[in-house]
Design a protein around this ligand. Structure first.
Ligand SMILES: [Fe+2]
Length: 161
C-alpha cells in the first residue's frame, strides 16, 4: 500500500509524525535565516536558542518513531514551507528597521503551527496510552509554547504595547 494512502487512525498518526519531522527540519532552517535577518542581538539570540532546542526536538521525534515502531522518515510539510516563504518575501521587501518585527512575527507563526501539530499528535498518542512517546511529544510542545510566549513578549516590547 502507498505510504500516502491513509485508511486507519494509525496510518494518519504515522503520516503526521513524518510531517512533524519535516516541520522541525524546516523550523531549524527558518530559525537560522531569521537569526541572520533580525537586527537586534537579543532577538538573534532568541532564535539561536530555539534552534538549539529544535535540534533536541528532532532527537525526541526520532525516539518517538522508535517507541511507536514506525520506520523513521519524513513527509512533505507545505505549511512550514509557506510560513518560511512568506517571511523570506517580507524580509526581502522591507527596510532593515522592520526586520525585527517581521522575524518575530514569522517565528511566532511557526510556533503556533507547531503547537497545533503537536496537539494533533498528542491526542491520538494519549488515546493509545503510549506514555513514553507522549512525554517526548509533550516536552516538544511545551518548548514551543514557552518559545511562543517569549516571542510574543519581545514583539510587544518592540511595539511598545
Ligand atoms: Fe519545534
Amino acid at each position: 500500500m502507498s505510504q500516502n494512502h491513509l485508511e486507519t487512525p494509525e496510518d494518519l498518526l504515522r503520516f503526521k509524525l513524518r510531517v512533524a519531522m519535516t516541520m522541525e527540519e524546516d523550523s531549524l532552517a527558518a530559525l537560522g535565516e531569521l537569526a541572520e535577518a533580525a537586527q537586534t542581538a537579543d532577538i538573534k539570540k532568541l532564535f539561536r536558542h530555539h534552534a538549539d532546542e529544535t535540534r533536541e526536538q528532532i532527537e525526541n521525534l526520532k525516539k518517538v518513531f522508535q517507541l511507536l515502531e514506525v520506520p523513521e522518515s519524513s513527509a512533505p510539510s507545505p505549511a512550514t514551507k509557506g510560513i518560511s516563504k512568506h517571511a523570506e518575501s517580507l524580509i526581502q521587501r522591507s527596510a532593515p528597521e522592520l526586520r525585527d518585527q517581521i522575524t518575530l512575527s514569522a517565528a511566532l507563526g511557526n510556533e503556533h503551527y507547531e503547537m497545533a501539530a503537536y496537539e494533533g499528535l498528542i491526542l491520538p498518542v494519549t488515546a493509545m496510552g503510549a506514555t513514553d512517546a507522549l512525554k517526548l511529544l509533550q516536552d516538544n510542545c511545551d518548548q514551543e509554547i514557552h518559545t511562543s510566549e517569549e516571542l510574543s513578549t519581545r514583539l510587544r516590547e518592540l511595539l511598545g504595547v
